[in-house]
Design a protein around this ligand. Structure first.
Ligand SMILES: [Zn+2]
Length: 138
């Protein structure tokens, strides 16, 4: 009995860790971008952590430069939103964030890369994001 319990606490489930990392990542992006839509400047309403390269690209899922905070209009619902008109949204992003766009362009070859995160790597990433979140408090 006791052995089973300690084993459970030692080895976290991958899916639980991934969800935890997604929440942590989103919290870092919200804080870093000061709760402000990086596309239109809105400061109120619902905000989303929006990935540039899809989060399905697991290698870049928690790359801080691969996400920005967007209001739901700019992210999903506006005619020219990221999910409605990807090309025009991407061109706007490139104009607005040219340096970051260059960095992301350099990752283009990695876009299809599916990284198989090991549990220790996920735990390391969790600590990195926790430190980042704390660092943003200062
Ligand atoms: Zn917006």
């Amino acid at each position: 009995m006791a052995k089973k319990k300690s084993k459970r606490t030692k080895k976290p489930k991958r899916s639980t860790l991934v969800k935890k990392l997604d929440r942590l990542f989103s919290a870092v992006i919200h804080k870093r971008d000061e709760g402000k839509c990086q596309m239109c400047g809105a400061e109120t309403g619902r905000m989303n952590c929006s990935h540039i390269y899809s989060r399905r690209c697991s290698a870049l899922r928690w790359d801080l430069l691969n996400a920005i905070l967007k209001c739901v209009r700019c992210h999903k619902y506006d005619k020219l939103a990221w999910h409605q008109s990807p090309l025009s949204a991407a061109l706007k992003f490139i104009r607005k964030f040219s340096a970051r766009a260059e960095y992301l362009k350099g990752l283009e070859d990695r876009q299809e890369l599916v990284k198989e995160w090991t549990i220790p790597e996920l735990l390391k990433q969790e600590q990195f994001l926790k430190d980042k979140l704390e660092g943003l408090d200062e």
